[in-house]
Ligand binder design. Structure first.
Ligand SMILES: Cc1cc2nc3c(=O)[nH]c(=O)nc-3n(C[C@H](O)[C@H](O)[C@H](O)COP(=O)(O)O)c2cc1C
Length: 194
């Protein structure tokens, strides 16, 4: 059921780094992004994919993980992502805000494809973009880095909970279970017109 897959498609920040990801799988995921909706059908998004160990190490060094977990610096060696999809906006095609909506559609599509195959990812927008541009040799100013999807075989237990007292911050318990509070249906369902 798609709803089950949506619940499984969490933001994972710890992975089993011994599990290899086939570059052909990433290519096929990007191929499926060609068929997602796009404002004006402009299709301004472009993608860089990496499963290369040396490159992954460099990409990782530009990412900021889990702002709410103040005493955690991100995944340690052995738990790091084994693949990345970097989403770029081609400003020659569009600079409209609508292209950020296209980006959300692309992100969720990737997350669902990963979840379906037993993989997982985390969207990272807190990036040292200038350094990442250099690392990826992006010299063309019209190619703008929007976000990075860090990908791997999930290796953490994530529990969805109902938000209490307006607190939306994710947190971990002493066993490293990761809890993600979600707003209740009656809060987000603003109006029902029957
Ligand atoms: C647009 C966007 C940007 C995000 N940026 C970061 C980030 O920079 N670092 C990070 O650790 N998580 C980032 N996240 C992951 C969110 O923290 C995560 O989605 C949220 O805690 C809810 O967890 P869930 O995805 O499992 O529902 C981002 C998510 C989105 C959608």
């Amino acid at each position: 059921m798609l709803k089950t897959l949506i619940k499984k498609a969490r933001c994972y920040r710890k992975f089993d780094e011994s599990v290899f990801i086939d570059i052909e799988f990433l290519k096929d995921i990007v191929d499926s992004l060609r068929f997602t909706s796009s404002a004006r059908n402009a299709q301004p998004l472009k993608y860089i994919i990496s499963t290369n160990k040396e490159m992954n190490k460099k990409i990782f060094s530009t990412l900021k993980w889990a702002g709410y977990l103040k005493d955690w610096d991100g995944p340690s060696a052995g738990q790091r992502p084994t693949a990345y999809i970097i989403i770029l906006r081609d400003r020659n095609i569009s600079t409209e805000d609508f292209s950020l909506i296209d980006t959300g559609i692309a992100i969720q599509t990737v997350m669902l494809r990963l979840a379906e195959e037993g993989f997982g990812g985390c969207t990272i927008a807190a990036i040292d973009k200038e350094r990442l541009r250099k690392i990826l040799s992006i010299t063309d100013d019209t190619k703008e880095i929007l976000c990075v999807l860090a990908i791997g075989k999930p290796n953490e237990n994530i529990i969805l909970t109902e938000m209490k007292n307006g607190d939306i911050k994710y947190y971990r318990d002493e066993k490293e279970n990761h809890y993600v509070p979600k707003r209740p249906l009656n809060e987000i369902l603003y109006k029902v017109i029957d």
